[in-house]
Design a protein around this ligand. Structure first.
Ligand SMILES: [Ca+2]
Ligand SMILES: [Ca+2]
Length: 250
């Protein structure tokens, strides 16, 4: 009797095993299980670091014989680090150079500076939508005015900004009869301001010309109509000032 019970248990066990096996003899569960899905949610590799606009711009050191050197800061390559704008005279030639904080820069001749005048660095101020400051410098002066020119710095080059085909020159100053100012408008434009004493001698006729910088050219945009301001009116003050950020004529 005991032997019969043992055989019965053995048959039951064999039968139970057979129900879970496929014809190949492998456990059914191993062939019907869906392929494992492994997590592929690793961080995307497209979050490249923000690259600087700084490029290698070869620049020789300033000549040891340079005279009348003036220097002012600006961020001419737009990388957030202060660069240096330097104006200087080499022999009879006036030159302007940008020296980038990370090394290199650009250096060009500035023709047309009057013999009694001097080229003088004013520094950088960004007047358009890109990140790079434009370079401002005094290119001439009279008894009561300074004449301001500006340059763009891009692709390792300083380029004189023009109005039409002529280098842009903006007088700033005042005489009894005439006033001239230059203002930068919230980093988006530049405006030339003119005021002329009317024949009556009691009012100044004022004019404002607004330019947008397109590439290396200033394009005349909005020009409000002539207006009149009395001498001493505080609104007249910008008409004889240079007002572009923290830049000063001194
Ligand atoms: Ca810089
Ligand atoms: Ca700019």
């Amino acid at each position: 009797m005991k032997r019969l019970l043992t055989l019965t248990v053995a048959v039951v066990v064999l039968g139970a095993c057979g129900k879970d096996r496929n014809p190949s003899g492998q456990p059914a569960s191993s062939s019907t299980q869906p392929p494992a899905v492994t997590a592929t949610t690793s961080a995307p590799t497209s979050t490249a670091a923000i690259t600087s606009t700084t490029v290698a711009c070869a620049l020789a050191p300033i000549a040891a014989s340079a005279n009348s050197v003036t220097s002012k800061p600006g961020d001419f390559d737009g990388n957030g680090a202060a660069d240096t704008l330097r104006a200087y005279q080499l022999g009879a030639e006036w030159r302007l150079r940008v020296e980038l904080a990370g090394g290199g820069g650009a250096d060009i001749a500035v023709p047309g500076v009057a013999p009694v005048s001097a080229l003088k660095a004013l520094g950088g101020y960004n007047i358009d939508a890109n990140l790079r400051d434009e370079a401002f410098a005094v290119v001439g002066s009279g008894a009561s005015t300074a004449i301001i020119g500006l340059w763009t710095f891009a692709n390792c080059q300083l380029t004189r900004v023009t109005v039409g085909s002529q280098p842009a020159e903006f007088p700033v100053g005042a005489t009894v009869q005439n006033q001239s100012g230059l203002s930068c408008v919230q980093g988006t434009a530049i405006q030339a301001l003119k005021a002329q004493l009317a024949p009556s001698g009691t009012m100044f006729n004022v004019q404002r010309m607004v330019y947008d910088l397109v590439g290396n050219t200033l394009v005349l945009g909005n020009t409000p109509p002539l207006a009149a301001l009395a001498p001493g009116d505080p609104n007249l003050a910008p008409y004889s000032r240079f007002a572009c950020g923290s830049l000063t004529l001194n």
